[in-house]
Design a protein around this ligand. Structure first.
Ligand SMILES: [Zn+2]
Length: 411
């Protein structure tokens, strides 16, 4: 009755017609039932309005984040050996080392395949993809290991599909594959923030599958690695675009965390591959790196990226309850090149050069732990698709053997 009390005694009208508003007079003239009906009506409307607003608000909160935020960070070509046992002495990775010392570190993890275009769908579907083919739509046709039929990726119940099905709002930040309307329609709670940079993945896919196309590609790669001949290649466009894609991914990731609009964030980072974007001597972001830097120097950028994300999540109070998986789609491309080798095969251990990092933090996890059992990254999809309370390390065990489907060429 606050507003009614406030207008009581108010001078209403002008000159001779002016009178003082008197609630008691109104009640007597109208009779109590009419009085209550007329003067109570706005409050009833207000009460209804507040009731439904609160109801919507409550439902919104309940749906927003029943558990902690899920983060899957896939760093392209992030090599286990160069990051951990054989890290170059000039490379410091304090954030990765802190994360490793606080959480679960798998030190014998293998990627599903040796190339991005097969590994990313493998990682998200939880099954090793033997072969891929682009299809109009756009869509990608997948042929899983041990199967002969082709299935459109849009129709496979992958991690974004399962999260979306659980009503979890997912943000997928990527730059390699194209996702068409069919993919999005089957995943109503998914948003894709894609920077379409790697045009060669779509435009060149058909070209590289022909004999001439693959011949040209092989020769381009040979030329790129010949000393003194690098001026032949279109260096400018290559150097500029990876930083663009990286900065896009970083901004989108920080925005997605900050917005609190998502329950899960999946990021496919275009680092650590070249060009080098952080000068390890200064630790500063650079578009003109000193000569002689190689892929390993961008490990610093991986570390800085993790640091930025951690800082953002901690300042939002989202870190402790979060489930975070750090891994890669395949090992470092020079790891098996005898001239470039920095990661020798360990005696008695199969394929040690083909390992990728797998680091997991989740609220139910025990403290720091090193797991030496062979793993394949494809298990991550099953682990993250499970509701938080039922996640466990057994879900990471590969269903069909730990080694994936490799060929010598890293892409
Ligand atoms: Zn890759």
């Amino acid at each position: 009755m606050v507003s009614a009390v406030a207008i009581n005694g108010l001078r209403v009208g002008f000159g001779d017609h002016a009178y003082y508003f008197n609630l008691a007079n109104q009640a007597i003239q109208l009779g109590w039932p009419k009085f209550l009906l007329i003067y109570g009506f706005p409050f009833v409307i207000l009460a209804w309005f507040i009731h439904f607003q609160e109801d919507r608000f409550r439902r919104g909160l309940a749906k927003a984040r029943p558990n902690g935020l899920v983060l899957l960070l896939i760093f392209d070509e992030w090599d286990y050996n160069w990051t951990f046992p054989h890290r170059p002495s000039n490379i410091r990775m304090p954030e990765v080392d802190r994360f490793t010392s606080e959480n679960i570190n798998f030190n014998r993890t293998y990627p599903p395949t040796n190339e991005t275009i097969r590994s990313i769908p493998s990682l998200l579907t939880g099954r090793v993809v033997e072969d891929v083919r682009t299809a109009p739509g756009p869509d990608l046709l997948l042929r899983f290991r041990g199967e002969s039929n082709w299935i459109p990726w849009s129709q496979v119940p992958d991690l974004p599909y399962q999260l979306s099905n659980q009503g979890l709002r997912t943000c997928f930040i990527t730059h390699v594959h194209a996702f068409g309307p069919a993919y999005m329609q089957a995943r109503p709670n998914l948003e894709i923030r894609r920077k379409p940079y790697y045009k060669e993945w779509e435009e060149g896919q058909a070209r590289y599958q022909t004999f001439t196309g693959s011949f040209v590609r092989q020769w381009m790669c040979v030329l790129e690695n010949l000393p003194g001949i690098s001026f032949l290649r279109n260096h400018g466009s290559r150097v500029d675009s990876v930083p663009t894609v990286y900065l896009h991914a970083l901004n989108e990731t920080l925005n997605a965390i900050h917005s609190r609009n998502f329950d899960a964030i999946i990021v496919h980072w275009p680092i650590p591959p070249a060009p080098v974007m952080v000068d390890p001597s200064t630790g500063e972001f650079t578009s003109h790196p000193p000569k002689g830097l190689r892929l390993t120097e961008n490990l610093v950028l991986v570390d800085k990226t993790l640091g930025r994300i951690r800082h953002e999540m901690e300042s939002q109070g989202l870190w402790d309850t979060a489930t975070i998986v750090l891994t890669s789609d395949h090992w470092q491309r020079f790891a098996s090149d005898p001239k470039q080798v920095k990661a020798p095969d360990e005696a008695g251990v199969e394929a040690s050069q083909q390992r990728v990092p797998l680091l997991i933090k989740w609220p139910q996890s025990p403290d720091h732990q090193v797991i030496r059992a062979p793993m394949n990254v494809v298990g991550v999809a099953r682990f993250l698709a499970s509701p938080e309370a039922s996640r466990n390390l057994e879900q990471l065990q590969p269903l069909d053997g730990h080694l994936g489907s490799y060929s010598p060429w890293i892409k």
